[in-house]
Design a protein around this ligand. Structure first.
Ligand code: AKG
Length: 413
């Protein structure tokens, strides 16, 4: 898709950004998986998928909806809707979630009817079936109409979702702990991206305490409020933008922030999350972070700076000799687990970034937009109930994925 098209359908951001590189056939994807420097677009890699070709051949969105209804109409869809006047799914100006993830459920056949109405009238509600509520492997027939991508061989899927909407919807800025590949089947999306190190300028939620358990930003990047988010424009030096056209795959390294806008018109995307570390390690990291953030709140600034110095300067040589209290020493031991040689370099970088922001608080208050939420989060962490809930969610997600992998194909071979 020509850049001019993107410029004509997506309003400009109020800052400049870099374009995500489009990589060619001889791109060393194996190396990228080992050490991903940033996001990349694999242009047209899905062009020969039957479903991409079939939908292209349909010619109009009406015909595409007929095709989807006929082929996969009995699949069950979880969806949400937002008003056409503000199709943003994220936080409102008071930091409250302004949408529900998937309050509606129906058959795809019926959902196509809702999409059709929405596409015909630009003032009617916008409908969106979001991936977290629509696992690719539960849409059995659909999953047979796609092909696994050879380049993803060896990666372990942590979840695969189908995203189907009537266009113009916007997904808020957030990040996930996995590698993430967006396969665009029909329609166009624009994705704004930042590496994790931009965190302080993006006004994040508490750690994994944002929308749907992600770390989320309170800022709306297209119309940022300079009074409430004065640092946001400084994040521009880290900003990347990708226009993902049908047939393209956008690949994101773990923990990259992303904000996703759909162009007007029907759009269908499949995404797959892939584990960045063995699943048990990802879980250990999350638990370790939660404990470390709460421990850090009980230590003095001097002690924390001692732990940080000891951790970063001495971890390689193991010669730390600062006088630290028992809790500070325990904290340093815990944090150092994810800076060891068995942890891939990209994850060590992620760990340092999180440590600096949420544990050592070197960027100022870690939840600068709503400081009280950090305190509430820490109080909840101290009780057993949320811990049990996180653990149960992790086990349930794992079990579901293992079961579904047996039944049908996804895009990870
Ligand atoms: O495409 C979208 O609207 C959001 C996708 C997303 O958030 C994700 O893949 O994590």
């Amino acid at each position: 898709m020509a850049v001019n098209f993107a410029e004509s359908v997506f309003p400009p951001f109020p800052f400049t950004s870099r374009s995500v590189p489009i990589v060619s056939d001889n791109f060393d994807f194996a190396q990228w998986k080992r050490d991903p420097a940033g996001p990349v677009i694999l242009k047209g890699i899905l062009r020969d998928w039957p479903i991409v070709q079939d939908l292209k051949r349909c010619g109009t969105d009406d015909a595409r909806l007929d095709f989807l209804s006929r082929g996969f109409g009995s699949a069950v869809v979880g969806y949400t809707k937002v008003p056409a006047s503000d199709p943003f799914m994220g936080y409102d100006e008071n930091g409250r979630e302004n949408f529900e993830y998937a309050p509606g459920t129906c058959k795809l056949d019926e959902f196509c009817g809702l999409l059709r109405k929405s596409l015909q009238d630009r003032h009617s509600d916008i409908f969106y079936a979001r991936g977290g509520a629509n696992e690719l492997r539960t849409w059995r027939k659909f999953s047979q109409s796609i092909r696994p991508l050879g380049i993803l061989t060896g990666m372990k899927p942590a979840g695969e979702g189908i995203w189907l909407g009537s266009g113009r919807h916007i997904s808020h800025l957030h990040q996930d702990a996995h590698f993430n590949c967006f396969a665009m089947i029909t329609g166009v999306k624009r994705v704004l991206l930042y590496p994790l190190e931009a965190i302080a300028d993006l006004y994040p939620s508490p750690f994994y305490g944002g929308i749907s358990g992600t770390t989320s930003s309170f800022v709306r990047p297209r119309t940022p409020d300079p009074q409430r988010f004065p640092r946001f424009m400084s994040a521009a030096k880290h900003a990347w933008v990708a226009v993902v056209d049908e047939g393209d795959v956008l690949c994101l390294p773990p923990c990259w922030w992303h904000y996703v806008e759909a162009a007007p018109g029907l759009n269908l995307m499949i995404n797959t999350f892939m584990w960045a570390l063995p699943p048990a390690k990802v879980r250990q990291f999350e638990v370790m972070m939660r404990r470390s953030i709460t421990t850090a709140l009980k230590l003095s600034t001097e002690e924390l700076s001692g732990v940080r110095k000891d951790l970063y300067q001495e971890v390689a040589r193991g010669t730390g000799n600062l006088k630290l209290s028992a809790s500070a020493r325990a904290l340093r031991r815990r944090l150092s687990r994810f800076l060891q040689p068995d942890i891939p370099g990209y994850w060590q970088k992620i760990a340092r970034c999180y440590y600096d922001h949420y544990v050592f608080q070197i960027n100022g208050h870690p939840v600068a937009a709503y400081p009280e939420r950090h305190a509430t989060w820490a109080r909840q962490e101290a009780s057993l109930k949320p811990r049990f809930r996180h653990w149960a969610r992790f086990i349930r997600g794992r079990a579901r994925m293992i079961w579904r992998r047996r039944m049908v194909t996804g895009i990870v071979p």
